[in-house]
Design a protein around this ligand. Structure first.
Ligand SMILES: O=C(O)CCC(=O)C(=O)O
Ligand SMILES: [Fe+2]
Length: 363
């Protein structure tokens, strides 16, 4: 019988955990992906380049705002990623989520598995092996905890850890703080896009949000494993907090991988497929992956906000189209998510299947 491929997550076993802790001579075959790792060139340490940096303080400063909005627009259109400095996130709130996340990952496996993924077909939430895919597919070198944070009635409290005891509170407070940040950013994106009707901010107001906490254990066999499979983020807007300064995230641009060199205190922002669709392709959702470090573990806290227009549709925002033809077909968010879950294990970006070909437009 043919197995229907769908994004899946597995419970983490003692054997996997022991291996993540470095107790192995050879890495099991199920993790080895050398071909994928070396398939495309990585920008070297000596090559100078700068991932766009956007300064939130300048966005708010009337003397610099117009210039900074242009930088923001450039980053979203050309890179789909930028580092955000002076973001104004409450330091106590950020520290709380960092500390709790680190503490959670350091707990014994049986404690973490109290909030383990529920298994096939039960959604992506819970603690487990990140984006483990169909049987026979390669696995990611990471542990992660994924949770829906908003709306409150969609929170699955059975999967919200009670250890450490302050974790739940830290998650809820951080989600509120990120909602504020996302809204501010969306207002400036709207200014860049010429969204006079406020459609962009509206599309994200009161929508579902989720968080993913990742831990990428070190892997001393360099170039063999992937911490996270190359993917574009399927949803709207992603805000990533680096818990430590271990490098690992790489962004694909013009056929090469650009390693992110995190600026101290900056957040990393990126455009997801839904935001790409809402802006009719003006903003780019760009592929990225994580390569675990040889010596040090890496922990990140990722916040994702979804965006839809009326009645849950994912579609180019009418007010942004101006004279343009839509480049994407409309789809309901529920069908869109089902589409992603099937497409990702096939290595397909589902949003591409929604593209409309126009003779005059390069796709
Ligand atoms: O942890 C990272 O650096 C990347 C995580 C990521 O790409 C994701 O959660 O979608
Ligand atoms: Fe991602």
């Amino acid at each position: 019988m043919e197995v229907e491929k769908i994004v899946n997550r597995d419970e983490i076993t003692d054997a996997a955990m022991s291996m993540f802790a470095g107790n192995y001579i050879d890495i099991p075959e199920s993790y080895i992906r050398t071909d994928e790792v070396i398939a495309d060139e990585v920008i070297g340490k000596d090559e100078a380049y700068e991932l766009p940096v956007v300064d939130m303080a300048r966005l708010f400063d009337p003397d610099f705002s117009a210039m900074e909005i242009q930088k923001l627009g450039y980053a979203c259109r050309q890179w789909g990623f930028f580092q955000l400095t002076n973001h104004g996130v409450d330091e106590v709130v950020a520290q709380l989520i960092k500390d709790n996340t680190v503490e959670f990952f350091s707990l014994p496996l049986d404690v973490k598995n109290r909030v383990a993924v529920l298994g096939k077909g039960a959604g992506l939430e819970g603690y487990g092996h990140h984006y483990s895919r169909a049987p026979g597919d390669k696995k990611d070198w990471a542990e992660s905890l994924i949770l829906i944070t908003q709306p409150v009635h969609e929170r699955n409290m059975k999967l919200w850890p009670t250890s450490p005891p302050t974790f739940r509170d830290a998650l809820a407070t951080y989600a509120v703080e990120m909602t504020k940040l996302a809204r501010r950013l969306l207002c400036f994106m709207a200014a860049d896009l010429g969204d006079e009707e406020g459609e962009l901010v509206e599309a994200f107001t009161g929508k579902r949000q989720s968080m993913a906490m990742h831990y990428y254990p070190p892997c001393r066999h360099e170039g063999k494993v992937l911490g996270i499979t190359p993917h574009t983020d399927g949803l709207g807007l992603t805000l990533l907090l680096h818990v430590d300064d271990t490098p690992g995230l790489q962004i694909k641009k013009d056929g090469r991988w650009y390693p992110v060199r995190p600026l101290p205190g900056a957040m990393l922002v990126n455009i997801g497929d839904v935001l790409d669709i809402l802006t009719n392709g003006a903003y780019k959702s760009v592929k990225h992956r994580v390569i675990p470090d040889a010596q040090r573990g890496r922990t990140t806290v990722v916040f994702v906000e979804e965006g839809t227009v009326e009645e849950g549709m994912v579609t180019p925002l009418p007010g942004l189209l101006k004279e343009q033809e839509p480049r994407y077909k409309s789809i309901h968010l529920d069908d869109y998510i089902k589409g992603i879950l099937k497409a990702v294990p096939e290595g397909i970006r589902f949003a591409n299947t929604l593209k409309i070909q126009h003779d005059d437009v390069s796709t």
